[in-house]
Structure formats: structure tokens, C-alpha cells
Ligand binder design. Structure first.
Ligand SMILES: [Zn+2]
Length: 240
């Protein structure tokens, strides 16, 4: 099992690790520990480099697979060998933009649940932009303008963002987590990681976030759209 370093430190940009498995046919490898996020929960995977013996291999993507957390390397360089000591370095510019975007999405869903009681039905993100679907009956331009103002007030409030890991049984007792449907978690998942925007939002979540809502910066809602009678989509954009 790979030790997942981003679970407890989202700001880790570089780390030392050992190669535990290599897959020459896929040009991929598994490390004993990693800070590369493999994608999931609407958040995109990390890219970066893995350095061994002064040789740099570009990581095209990281991905969770039944085999483990795979790092896919660019073709053209020899793969590091099993047991080799390597340095991993993630593409921080991309990752930090994604962390800010992911936190912006939590601000949006926290505000919409607090002010309108509407639940999220779907979510997708790229660096600096994303979209979220809500169980909302009617959404108008005026209402979207109010929502935009409210989410930016939460950025300005500089709320702390806390990461915690609970044993599964304990997590099930937290009433606010019910709306993120932790009861759908597969039984083999014994630990539940939570992301709390203090005073606004609490969710079970495996992704990476910033430590304070002020790091997100101004949030724009450039567009919205109806996706059905009780399903409305809201688009979000951040500044570079
Ligand atoms: Zn999330």
C-alpha cells in the first residue's frame, strides 16, 4: 500500500520515495509513498516529475487502479528500477490552482446549502474553473448575482479549512456528513477523511484544498443553466 502524503499535507510539493513496483508495458510505476493526487471526486490528477540517478522522468498523470496508485511516465526514458530511491516533484502551479478551485466548490455548496437548503448532485473541476449541479427548482440571474456575492463574502471572511481523519464508525455519527452520503462508502474504507470550512461546510472528501478561504481569491459565476426541473448547473471561475 502506498502512503498517501497529500491526505495530511496538501502543500507538499516534493518528497522522497522508493519504487515498489514497475509496469514496463504501461510505462508506469508505484511508489511506497506519494504526493501525486490520482484524480477523483471531480478533482483532476497531478502531473510532475520523478527524479532517479539525476534522470528526470515526466509524470503524465497519476491514477488509482486495482493495482495501486500508478504514476504514468512519458515514453523515451528508461524506467527507474524496483527499490530505486527517487524524488517526486508535483507540478505545483497546476496543483495549487486545483486546490483553490476545489475549495471554491466547497464554499459554493456550503453557501447554497446554508441559504437555500439545496443539495449537490454533481461536480467537475479543472484548474481555475468548475461547475456544480444542485437540486434547485428555479435559478435566475438575480439569484445567481446574490449567490456570487455570498460566496465572495466567505472568501473575504478568511475561514480556516481543517482536514481530519476519523474511524468509519465515528464519522457515521457526525450528523452534517449525512448529506455527503458517506453511507455509500464501500465497506473496506475504514477511515473517513473530512474537509471542514469552519463555520460553513463539512464534507467527507479525498481531495486537496487550501488552508484558508482567503487563498481562493475572487470567485466569478460567469454562467448557469437548467439541466432539468430540479437540477441547475452553476459555473465558477477563479483568477490566475
Ligand atoms: Zn470536494
Amino acid at each position: 500500500m502506498t502512503e498517501i502524503l497529500y491526505h495530511t499535507d496538501s502543500y507538499l510539493k516534493e518528497f522522497e520515495a522508493e519504487v515498489s513496483q514497475v509496469f514496463p508495458d504501461m510505462n508506469a510505476l508505484i511508489l511506497d509513498r506519494t504526493a501525486f493526487f490520482p484524480g477523483g471526486g471531480g478533482q483532476s490528477f497531478d502531473t510532475g516529475i520523478i527524479i532517479s540517478d539525476n534522470q528526470e522522468n515526466r509524470v503524465k498523470r497519476a491514477k488509482t487502479d486495482p493495482l495501486g496508485l500508478l504514476h504514468f511516465l512519458e515514453e523515451g526514458q528508461p524506467l527507474p528500477e524496483i527499490s530505486a530511491r527517487v524524488t517526486g516533484r508535483i507540478n505545483w502551479e497546476r496543483r495549487y490552482q486545483i486546490m483553490r478551485t476545489h475549495t471554491a466548490m466547497h464554499i459554493l455548496c456550503g453557501v447554497i446549502f446554508r441559504d437555500y437548503g439545496a443539495l449537490v448532485t454533481g461536480c467537475d473541476m479543472d484548474p481555475l474553473k468548475g461547475r456544480m449541479d444542485f437540486e434547485f427548482e428555479s435559478l435566475t440571474g438575480d439569484l445567481v448575482a446574490v449567490i456570487e456575492k455570498s460566496v465572495n463574502a466567505e472568501v473575504d471572511a478568511a475561514r480556516e479549512v481543517k482536514v481530519r481523519v476519523f474511524p468509519r464508525e465515528e464519522a457515521f455519527k457526525i450528523p452534517d456528513l449525512i448529506r455527503t452520503k458517506i453511507n455509500l462508502l464501500p465497506p473496506h474504507i475504514q477511515q473517513v477523511r473530512t474537509i471542514e470550512i469552519v463555520g460553513l461546510d463539512l464534507q467527507a472528501d479525498g481531495g486537496t484544498h487550501v488552508n484558508n478561504t482567503s487563498e481562493v481569491g475572487p470567485i466569478r459565476i460567469p454562467d448557469y443553466k437548467s439541466k432539468g426541473k430540479i437540477n441547475k448547473r452553476i459555473y465558477v471561475e477563479l483568477s490566475a
